[in-house]
Design a protein around this ligand. Structure first.
Ligand code: ADP
Length: 498
């Protein structure tokens, strides 16, 4: 638990970012080209740091360092216990500056600091610790064949793993990939999103301090060019990606055109939230739905962006959701009393506005219009928007907005709700609220999504796998299931004389 004190946050927000260099090999580096990118805070639109704009030549450097570290086995030949000790030391170093990192994340991408502490940094610490502790608790398999044959099914690391990250919860999503990839013995190159790199740079620097050997965890900043170079590199064995469908497709194409590197994709969603009239507590359902939908300004892959309410409670429930959304306080995300901060960038701000205009053109009626919410004058702030009368085929109902925009629908029967919930190309998450266990299990088996929350479910936890069906991608982050993405199995069949 990270202790949050407003005075301490005020002090930390004035500190410069601890690390503004890429981490390649064991050094902190500028880009070979010398190019840099300004880091603009969405809190006030002002630049407050510069980071390297890495290109293909920097990716080449990182890949050769990663390859070298993998081939000389400096990491995987250590005993799992030794690796665990180093990883736990790393986690302790991250934990020692957790609040500073949370404040840095908030300055970099705008997430309210409470959420940055609990969800982004806090959950990253939990995840890395969970995998570190698991490091010496992984066993391989033996198969029974003939009496004098010992058949081993061994798990082996893939080699060089590239993790390409989004900006919405960088440390958290990063830890979901770095943790399992490292404990299986891989060398990992992280390419954070250009809008949120600072925390990962520091986390990478702390890994070196903790004793993770050089080349085993590298952080290369930059934009799509750097990501594309990693995806197309013939000496990278795997790309673990979270981001947009468009980029996910280009990564698969790059893999097909190069060395058939393994790819796993988490590509967002358009999650349905089904509220039945017999929900155990409608007020609690409204509260959780609003927090889940609008937390982090709606910039959450699994955000329940389509609300389906049983017709007979629809007006009452939607009124309660609207009142709660309207009551959210929008302001400086470093102020502990703010519920919502800004969206990540001017580009994202313009895109979300454009989506709202388009939704209205497509016939949607705005019950709440976030463009008119009272917000700070500088920075990229907007309030929650709730749209009714949304055409199920329209872009608002079908495509991810990645902003604070909720669509509401009514339904008569559960079958109708399930069918509508499944009628997008995504399949990341779904929620259902009902007291009727038969209805709940009926729906849970028919909803096409990787994570079904019933009556509130649970927030994200490392113990459960995470990922989607359909065009939300494939492969799972978190839990032991994630390990399969970073390992190959090898049979060693030993025939003995006796
Ligand atoms: P978002 O819509 O969440 O910004 P993107 O898919 O655009 O998601 O970006 C996610 C990550 O993918 C970022 O780190 C970005 O720099 C990287 N990226 C962008 N274009 C490419 C590409 N063509 N190949 C590989 N990575 C890319």
């Amino acid at each position: 638990m990270i202790e949050l004190q407003q005075g301490e946050i005020a002090r930390l927000r004035e500190l410069p970012p601890p690390t503004v260099r890429a981490i390649i090999g064991g050094s902190l580096c500028a880009a070979v080209s010398g190019r840099t990118r300004q880091v603009v805070s969405p809190i006030d639109g002002a630049a407050f740091a510069e980071i390297p704009e890495c290109g293909p030549e920097d990716i080449d450097r990182a890949v050769s360092a990663a390859r070298k570290s993998f081939e000389d086995r400096r990491w995987r030949r250590m005993t799992p216990k030794e690796r665990k000790r180093i990883l736990l030391r790393w986690v302790a170093l991250i934990e020692a500056e957790a609040l500073r990192l949370a404040v840095l994340e908030t300055r970099d991408m705008g997430m309210p600091v409470r959420m940055a502490a609990e969800l982004d940094i806090g959950f990253a610490i939990d995840t890395l610790r969970w995998y570190a502790e698991a490091c010496d608790k992984l066993y391989d398999e033996l198969a029974a064949l003939e009496d004098n044959v010992t058949a081993m099914i061994m798990r082996e690391p893939l080699g060089v793993v590239g993790a390409i990250l989004p900006w919405n919860a960088p440390a958290m999503v990063g830890s979901w990939k770095i943790g399992p990839a490292l404990i299986t013995g891989n060398s990992v190159i992280v390419k954070p999103a250009e809008d949120a790199s600072l925390v990962l740079l520091r986390i990478g620097e702390l890994a070196l301090q903790a004793g993770v050997p050089e080349g085993v965890l590298q952080i290369v900043t930059g934009a799509g060019v750097a990501g594309a170079a990693l995806a197309a590199h013939r000496d990278v064995d795997c790309i673990a990606f979270t981001g947009s469908g468009e980029v996910g497709r280009s990564i698969m194409a790059a893999s097909a055109a190069s060395n058939l590197k393994r790819v796993s994709l988490e590509l967002g969603g358009k999650s349905a939230n089904i509220v039945m009239a017999d929900a155990p507590d409608l007020s609690a359902a409204a509260e959780v739905s609003v927090r889940f939908m609008f937390g982090n300004q709606g910039q959450v892959c699994e955000a329940p962006t389509r609300l389906f309410v049983e017709r007979k409670i629809r007006d009452r429930f939607v009124a309660e959701v609207t009142a709660k959304a309207k009551a959210l306080r929008i302001g400086d995300p470093l102020d502990l009393s703010s519920d919502l901060g800004p969206v990540v960038s001017a580009t994202q701000f313009a895109m979300i506005n454009e989506r709202i205009v388009r939704a209205e053109r497509d016939g949607a009626r705005l019950i709440l219009d976030g463009r008119h919410a009272p917000v700070p004058t500088k920075g990229f702030y907007m309030g929650p928007t709730i749209a009714d009368n949304v055409d199920p085929q329209s872009s608002l109902a079908q495509e991810e907005v990645f902003g604070p925009v909720l669509s509401v629908f009514a339904f008569e029967t559960l079958d109708e709700a399930i069918e509508a919930a499944n009628a997008t190309r995504y399949g990341l998450g779904a929620s259902i609220w009902s007291r009727d266990i038969d209805a709940v299990m009926y729906a849970a088996k028919r909803l096409v999504a990787g994570n079904i929350n019933v009556n509130g479910g649970a927030g994200p936890v490392v113990e459960l796998p995470y990922g989607g069906f359909k065009e939300s991608g494939f492969g799972r982050d978190r839990s032991f299931h994630a390990i399969e993405k970073y390992a190959e199995t090898k049979n060693v069949i030993l025939r003995t004389a006796r």
